[in-house]
Design a binder for this molecule. Sequence first.
Ligand SMILES: CC(C)(COP(=O)(O)OP(=O)(O)OC[C@H]1O[C@@H](n2cnc3c(N)ncnc32)[C@H](O)[C@@H]1OP(=O)(O)O)[C@@H](O)C(=O)NCCC(=O)NCCS
Length: 167
Amino acid sequence: MLDVRGGDPKFPAKCSSDSEVTLSQQMMPSDANPLGNVHGGYIMKLVDEAGGLAAMRHARRPVVTVAMDSMSFLSPVRVGHLLTLRARVNWVGKSSIEVGVHVEAENPVTGELTHTNSAFAVFVALDDAGHPIPVPPLILETDEERRRWSEGEERQQIRLQRWRKKA
Ligand SMILES: CC(C)(COP(=O)(O)OP(=O)(O)OC[C@H]1O[C@@H](n2cnc3c(N)ncnc32)[C@H](O)[C@@H]1OP(=O)(O)O)[C@@H](O)C(=O)NCCC(=O)NCCS
């Protein structure tokens, strides 16, 4: 039996592989500081783009970013490196979608690969009037996907608790 969770059952459920996005881009001097290290903010922008595309593919609706978790950069990304971002839907609520983004840098001359960071962001699908709209459920096919779902669900509960405390 299919393990289908979240979303609105009136839509056909989708697998995370249906919406997965891989974005690759070579880092240019305009993306970096004078020492040749790529700005963290630029990598965050690419994370937002890749994550937003995966969420849009899942919802087949425009989305906005409602939350982005704190990000740590594990090693520098240099000008000339090929940055590859892999974005995957981990968890879906009613209108919200958590996407995990794995970021890797490749030195195209040596082939050396470095995991620079991972990030989680939440997107909300919108209707034509800009209001939240339900999204398709997610099909979980593997134990790894079930682990991602549970962790995503837990993170979302923590985000909402923090958000309510601030509001
Ligand atoms: C996202 C937005 C449309 C949500 O509107 P809203 O009136 O708060 O709607 P709701 O309270 O129904 O929340 C919608 C969903 O977002 C989730 N959400 C709201 N605030 C959140 C937060 N801080 N963190 C994580 N999820 C959040 C809710 O849990 C809900 O999920 P669900 O439908 O799966 O249960 C609105 O807050 C907005 O437009 N924000 C600005 C987005 C933006 O401009 N982003 C940057 C540029 S893309």
